[in-house]
Design a protein around this ligand. Structure first.
Ligand SMILES: Cc1cc2nc3c(=O)[nH]c(=O)nc-3n(C[C@H](O)[C@H](O)[C@H](O)COP(=O)(O)OP(=O)(O)OC[C@H]3O[C@@H](n4cnc5c(N)ncnc54)[C@H](O)[C@@H]3O)c2cc1C
Ligand code: FES
Length: 425
């Protein structure tokens, strides 16, 4: 037997041992999950994919939600607080103008704003969503808004419309039009499981609401927070988080700086150099069942959410929210609802009938491309602004809507036609 042949056999034996080891860990983890499942019951569905058909004669709303008030309500900006050294994130403390009681909300939910933004020529109505960034309080709501900069190297592109308006023009004492808190992405408070909160950039805001609620209510659940930002000048709520970490033994803080400054000290200002990755989670979490809550930029969501599932986390234990045009691919476009025959979409008020473009991500994108005037806000099924009446035909949702949808209506931003369709737009 040659030395090379012997080395090959040794390598094969090592690989076999590794594979058996990995399989054993996987099986142990699954059986642990199943054991916990039988103790606690299955978690409510997360915001993962759901295909829902909506037709013109639907008599029930797709997802009834009880709003704390109907339509928009006026709030006064009581206080503005810059939250980081860069001053790129500003918190707004909001109190209702009518002085009536402030309804509670579920930590993780967001508010929808209708902003009247004027320039020299016109005033336009812009709808945007912002997560509530503090625990429910009787006297105020808080949002924390990041200024959306123009893309690097493209000076001709304007900076973010709504976030610039809030930062530059909204002062203490000004009023804002606000829709009631909503969202299916929120803390499951009755579950006894340990919790892992993961926030990337300004995606930290719903996590702050959950964290404040849990720790201020004296939870005995173990809570991990992984917060990914560029560096110390970008991070928000630094002192607040550190105080929590010092005070609560069941709270484990992992600040991750992808590009720390020279003044940022590892072990003091931050715990990990780099992004929040599955690798980091696997290295720092124990082998047990958790509830995961994730909110962050597209790249982070696209790697972490499927990564957690591949790691063996039950999808019912993963809750996530995206802050923009749905950043997770939630269906295979070639699959069920793609119509075999060409489909025509008629926009009755605009008087246009157009053959559906299978490459369009949604009816909203299709309408905008064809210069049909439709209102939109979040582009993610969250705010309800693009709700449109289905006069005939059917649409299919590519994800579960967060907004409350009236019977016989659909959200254009997350739907596609499944047959010839007439919309009141
Ligand atoms: C459920 C939910 C919760 C949210 N919570 C928060 C929160 O807590 N905090 C927060 O800060 N945000 C949050 N957001 C995001 C927020 O709603 C807005 O999307 C964000 O503030 C950007 O809006 P904008 O009007 O400032 O930017 P937009 O005007 O929408 O522009 C967005 C980006 O596109 C760029 N842009 C503009 N025109 C072009 C063009 N022609 N080509 C290429 N790029 C262009 C802009 O420079 C900007 O960077 C949330 C969103 C959702 C859906
Ligand atoms: S744009 Fe917000 S739900 Fe469609």
């Amino acid at each position: 037997m040659t030395t090379g042949y012997l080395a090959l056999i040794i390598l094969a034996v090592i690989l076999l041992q590794l594979a058996v080891g990995a399989m054993l860990i996987y099986l142990r983890r699954r059986s642990h999950y199943q054991q916990l499942d039988s103790q606690t019951g299955t978690a409510e569905p997360s915001t993962s994919a759901a295909t829902i058909t909506v037709s013109a004669d639907n008599t029930a709303s797709a997802l009834p939600a009880e709003a704390a008030w109907k339509g928009f309500r006026e709030f006064i900006v009581q206080r503005r607080v810059p939250e980081n050294d860069q001053q790129s994130v500003c918190s707004f403390y909001l109190v209702p103008s009518d002085g009536q009681p402030l309804p509670a909300f579920k930590p993780g939910q967001f508010l929808t704003f209708k902003l009247a933004i004027s320039d020299a020529d016109q005033t336009q109505s812009v709808v945007r969503c912002y997560s509530l960034s503090d625990a429910p309080r009787p006297d105020y709501y808080r949002i924390s808004v990041k200024r959306a900069q123009a893309p690097v190297g493209l000076p001709e592109i304007p900076a973010g419309l709504a976030s610039s308006f809030l930062h530059d023009q909204i002062r203490e004492g000004d009023t804002l039009q606000v829709r009631a808190p909503g969202s299916h992405f929120h803390l499951m408070q009755d579950e006894p499981l340990p919790i892992v909160l993961i926030g990337g950039g300004v995606g930290i805001t719903p996590m702050l609401s959950m964290l404040n609620t849990l720790l201020e209510n004296g939870t005995d659940r173990e809570v991990w927070l992984y917060y990914g930002v560029c560096n110390g000048s970008d991070q928000i709520m630094k002192q607040h988080l550190q105080t929590f970490a010092d005070k609560h033994q069941n709270f484990h803080l992992y600040i991750c700086y992808s590009a720390p400054l020279e003044s940022d000290i590892e072990g003091i200002d931050y715990q990990h150099k780099g992004r929040v990755t599955l690798h980091l989670l696997r290295d720092t979490l124990k082998l047990m069942r958790y509830q995961f809550y994730v909110c962050g930029p597209k790249q982070m969501m696209e790697s972490l959410v499927p990564g957690l599932q591949e790691w063996g986390v039950d999808s019912g234990d993963i809750y996530y929210e995206s802050f923009g045009p749905a950043s997770l691919i939630k269906h295979d476009k070639t699959q069920p609802y793609a119509a075999a025959e060409p489909v025509t979409v008629t926009f009755s008020e605009s008087g246009k009938s157009i053959v559906w473009d299978a490459g369009a991500a949604s009816l909203l994108e299709f309408a905008e491309t064809n210069n049909i005037d439709v209102m939109s806000g979040c582009h993610a099924g969250s705010c309800g602004t693009c709700q449109t009446k289905v006069k005939s035909g059917e649409v299919e949702y590519t994800q579960q809507p967060d907004a409350d949808v009236e019977p016989g209506h659909c959200l254009l931003c997350i739907s596609t036609p499944s047959c010839d369709l007439t919309l009141e737009a």
